[in-house]
Design a protein around this ligand. Structure first.
Ligand code: BG6
Ligand code: MG
Length: 217
């Protein structure tokens, strides 16, 4: 079965480049903890939950904390991150993303967000993108992190579309796997070497159009 009826979008790295703000906030925390944390290390945090991101940073620094301390550190990082996010403007929507959302909506595709971020609503509001979505599934609604398919399956369920007729747009390897685990098509956004399990890889939504959806198989 093909005939795509719904498009599900990851947020960070697909619709908006928030990785730089995650990096600045994690870097500030790492500096406080005297952990050397580089932009290369930051790549490992893409698509990964907030608490797992903290664990990766603590692993790099070989530091152990109890769970209460870890929750406080994650909250501290998030406050700094939110300070950046509050200043987001629609100018920071990644090229071609809004145009693609607009044309998919105009052509009666169902649209959903499928993101791990608990800040999704704040970000979508700042970018003025909320109204494009028929369903918004984010980190406040799911318990299992990508590559678990929960976030995308819940999206398909809310849209009332068969997963086999859904396509996911994802920039993270774990997200591509989540889409495959949900039995959905996947368009990778980024490097074909990293996102090799995706059905198609493009460098950004500016390269996407509705005709290309018919090429998915
Ligand atoms: C994902 C990002 O979308 O959301 C990750 O790619 C981030 O880097 C995760 O850790 C959780 O985000 P937040 O906003 O809830 O800390
Ligand atoms: Mg992402």
């Amino acid at each position: 079965m093909s005939q795509i009826k719904a498009c599900l979008f990851d947020l960070d790295g697909v619709l908006v480049d928030t990785a730089k703000y995650h990096f600045l906030a994690w870097k500030r925390l790492a500096d406080e903890l005297h952990i050397k944390f580089t932009k290369e290390d930051n790549e490992r945090l893409k698509g990964v939950s907030r608490m797992r991101s903290l664990d990766i940073i603590l692993e790099i620094g070989q530091i152990h904390f109890d769970s209460e301390t870890k929750l406080k550190l994650a909250a501290k990082k998030n406050n700094w991150y939110v300070d950046f996010i509050k200043e987001l403007t629609p100018d920071e929507i990644l090229p071609g993303s809004e145009e693609f959302l607009k044309s998919a909506k105009a052509n009666n595709f169902k649209l959903a967000l499928g993101s791990a971020s608990k800040n999704s609503m704040l970000i979508l509001n700042k970018l003025n993108l909320v109204d494009y979505f028929d369903a918004i599934i984010d980190g406040t609604k799911v318990s299992k992190a990508k590559p678990d398919p929960e976030v995308f399956l819940r999206g398909a369920e809310e849209l009332k579309v068969n997963p086999k007729q859904c396509v996911v747009f994802e920039d993270a390897e774990a997200g591509v796997e989540a889409a495959i685990n949900a039995d959905m098509y996947c368009v990778g956004i980024g490097s074909p070497q990293i996102l090799k399990k995706a059905n198609m890889v493009i460098s950004g939504l500016h390269e996407m159009n509705l005709n290309k959806l018919n090429l998915l198989k």
